[in-house]
Design a protein around this ligand. Structure first.
Ligand SMILES: [Zn+2]
Length: 263
């Protein structure tokens, strides 16, 4: 075939051909970016699937939990057999991503994010929080902010979902956390200073809200990675699926927030 001639059907041989037609997506940057996903539960499953299909290749997953049957209604990457064998979420998710999108280098860590080395977060270009507890979300938020790594936090509660895009020097998750939430987190450490067992009630969750917030989270990641920072939402996406309402709200920077020391 003469050079410069495109074989019929050649475009269909490239998994990402249709997305490459979107002018603002920077595919070389997406393929090179090192993305960290903290949490491989419901939101984590959707987000990991979206990242791999969107073209991200270097994906690190942190989650210490085992798969249980009640996860399966919201987790596209897990099967009943995984739950039966109580396999680790991070390991199974990494395995399934590699099968789903050839070329994906998915690495699983099965310890707490708080136990990872100090340099761990700054070894990534962007961090996506897919966590169901505020304490860990605030930990990741603070460490990303200090390392100047963009952080996109996603959370759901029943039919309500939120996504917050955090990028220094703007407001962070802690700026947008109300005092009641902060007090609950502080109570855990107030008596002895040591970590204690704490069983929060299980949150209501269903897949349609999870899908919406995950889609927004990964799309904002694509903007960061593609150098379209001016297009990144400023800075919270709020979604209420029961009232059919969605909006972008601006979280103001709180001068008393510990993540913004006076310069
Ligand atoms: Zn803050």
């Amino acid at each position: 075939m003469p050079s410069g001639t495109v074989r019929v059907g050649a475009h269909d041989d490239d998994m990402h051909d249709r997305a490459r037609r979107i002018a603002w997506l920077d595919f070389p940057a997406i393929e090179k970016a090192r993305v960290l996903v903290v949490g491989a539960g419901a939101i984590g499953n959707e987000t990991l699937k979206n990242l791999a299909l969107a073209g991200y290749r270097n994906i690190t997953i942190v989650d210490m939990d085992h798969i249980v049957k009640s996860n399966l209604s919201r987790c596209v990457l897990f099967t009943e057999m995984d739950a039966g064998e109580r396999r680790l979420k991070a390991e199974v998710a990494a395995e399934r991503l590699r099968a789903m999108a050839p070329g994906v280098n998915a690495i699983a860590h099965t310890s707490k994010i708080q136990e990872m080395p100090d340099t761990f977060i700054r070894d990534h270009d962007i961090v996506l929080g897919c966590l169901d507890n505020l304490e860990t979300r605030l930990h990741v938020n603070a460490h990303c902010y200090a390392a100047k790594v963009p952080y996109i936090d996603a959370a759901t509660d029943g039919f309500v979902g939120k996504v917050l895009a955090v990028s220094p020097p703007g407001a962070c998750l802690e700026c947008g956390t109300n005092r009641t939430h902060s007090k609950i987190v502080q109570m855990r450490f107030s008596c002895t200073g040591a970590d204690v067992s704490f069983h929060a009630p299980k949150m209501a969750a269903e897949i349609t809200t999870t899908s919406v917030v995950s889609a927004v989270q990964v799309r904002e990641a694509l903007k960061f990675t593609s150098g379209k920072r001016e297009a990144v939402m400023s800075n919270m996406f709020y979604y209420d699926g029961l009232r059919n309402v969605s909006d972008v709200l601006e979280v103001p920077l709180n001068p008393a927030c510990p993540n913004h020391p006076p310069s």
